[in-house]
Design a protein around this ligand. Structure first.
Ligand SMILES: [Zn+2]
Ligand SMILES: [Zn+2]
Length: 482
């Protein structure tokens, strides 16, 4: 508290203005200095929730973009209404050129740097934990010349419905179609058992604007009507498909599933920008990885296949797939991988100069499976993060593995399973053996390099449901074991 700087003159004048709402509004309308507006907007709108002042500030906003999403982490209907009312004033004031400059209202969490520059207090007040720099909002090429304003937003359909705020925004934009471009950058369709109810919304959005699509828990039959919408998302760079369900009767399943999947495969080649593919708990992937990946038109940066089942045919295809040649992130966590993992070794050799993360958590692989790709692993010199937690490896295999990963000097995070020798036949961990063995294993890495974050983690204790953890400077034991 002692070294807190005294308030500046500008800060004091802002504070006193904000106390007098009518005065503040007339000052905004009369034209406050440009420098004062962002800080006043930030304090008035988001600290004190003064929606009347906010409404008055929108038409007077001196910049082309108002990145309000960085401030409004959870949508707030009254604030949104005030902003949109302000936009209405701005659009009717078009006759007075030079007054309002605003063209983009960004409701997504982008460009937080704007607020840091203009207010100085943003980081502190917003408890901003995500320190990645947020890019400024780019102008959407599909906003059209006629459209006066762009509303950049993410949309989430849960059970085919939009939330209260998104629904208000969507209706508002629909009523002003001629002058407003609703620019949806990320679309989530979750638990939408009756997708047909959401078609109005899907039809009204310009699908070319969507960069990220997540579809979770959809009847697999719905992929047929949904397919053509997917195909129009030409600028999609991230596709997340989670859990398809089916209502097919035994006997008709195979034929119908084939139709559904053909619809999907016919759309994937249209996604020219796709770089990140996440497939989770999709049972129809079994045996058809070649079709999924082969029809893509651009090499992937991320391939994540989790909670699935890959048979030998699928694994054999991986090193042959041209679309995986520049892979940066590979995740096969919780996926059942059939025994022969030589193809995974071949894939690692192919991507040795690009691969940054490798995740094989909870694959329950044994020594023989791991041996097939361990030598290739040491060639992946760009690896930053590996996760082999919950695999059934012996001490000799883990020693071998660590001699290989010890050569990977860029690793910043490493997660290994505890060797089988540490467990008794009830699955409880021998405490002393655990400490001795983990310390010995850690030394293998230390002989070669200074590890940054390493953890050896046991499976969950069947009695207390906790794990044993051995790290560089921390650890955890449960007290159930021998
Ligand atoms: Zn757009
Ligand atoms: Zn325990």
């Amino acid at each position: 508290m002692g070294d807190r700087a005294p308030p500046t003159l500008q800060q004091l004048s802002r504070e006193s203005l904000l106390k007098e709402e009518a005065l503040a509004i007339s000052a905004v309308v009369a034209g406050l200095p440009r420098l004062m507006l962002p800080a006043m907007f930030f304090e008035g709108a988001f600290r004190n929730n003064q929606t009347n002042i906010l409404r008055a500030m929108v038409p007077a906003w001196p910049f082309t973009c108002l990145p309000v999403g960085a401030l409004m982490k959870t949508p707030h209907l009254e604030t949104l209404k005030a902003l949109l009312d302000g936009l209405d004033v701005l659009m009717t004031e078009e006759a007075c050129p030079g007054v309002g400059k605003l063209r983009v209202l960004a409701l997504t969490d982008v460009d937080s740097g704007f607020w840091s520059i203009w207010t100085g207090t943003y980081e502190k007040d917003c408890c901003h934990q995500d320190t990645r720099p947020k890019k400024p909002v780019e102008k959407c090429p599909y906003s059209g010349v006629k459209n006066y304003l762009s509303l950049v937003t993410d949309l989430k359909l849960v059970n085919s419905q939009l939330g209260e705020c998104a629904m208000y925004l969507w209706r508002w934009a629909q009523q002003r179609k001629g002058s407003v471009h609703l620019c949806c950058r990320k679309l989530e369709v979750l638990e939408s058992y009756y997708l047909s109810d959401a078609m109005d919304i899907l039809r009204s959005v310009d699908l070319r604007c969507i960069r990220e699509l997540k579809v979770r828990t959809l009847w697999i039959e719905d992929m047929v009507p949904f397919g053509p919408y997917l195909g129009q998302m030409r600028n999609l760079h991230t596709l997340v498909l989670e859990r398809f369900m089916n209502t097919f009767r035994i006997g008709e399943a195979e034929e119908l599933e084939k139709d559904v999947m053909n619809t999907l495969f016919s759309q994937l080649p249209k996604l020219h920008c796709l770089q990140h593919l996440y497939v989770d708990d999709i049972y129809v992937l079994v045996g058809s990885v070649a079709q999924w990946l082969g029809c893509l038109k651009k090499p992937l940066e991320t391939l994540s296949i989790t909670f699935c089942h890959l048979i030998q045919r699928d694994l054999d295809y991986l090193p042959q797939c041209l679309n995986l040649s520049g892979l940066k992130h590979l995740c096969l966590s919780q996926t059942i991988l059939e025994e022969g993992l030589e193809p995974l070794g071949k894939l690692l050799e192919r991507v040795k100069d690009t691969l940054q993360t490798l995740d094989l958590e909870k694959c329950w692989l044994e020594d023989s499976a791991f041996s097939a790709f361990v030598p290739a692993l040491s060639q992946c010199s760009q690896l930053l993060r590996i996760n082999f937690f919950s695999n059934k490896l012996s001490l000799p295999l883990l020693r071998r593995l660590l001699h290989h990963t010890a050569k990977l000097h860029k690793l910043t995070e490493e997660l290994y399973p505890v060797p089988l020798e540490c467990y008794d036949d009830r699955g409880l961990v021998f405490r002393e053996t655990f400490d001795e063995i983990c310390s010995e294993l850690l030394d293998i890495l230390r002989c070669e390099r200074q590890p940054k974050a390493v953890r050896f983690v046991s499976t969950i204790c069947p009695k207390c449901y906790q794990c044993f953890v051995y790290g560089l400077d921390s650890g955890h034991h449960c007290l159930c074991g021998p």
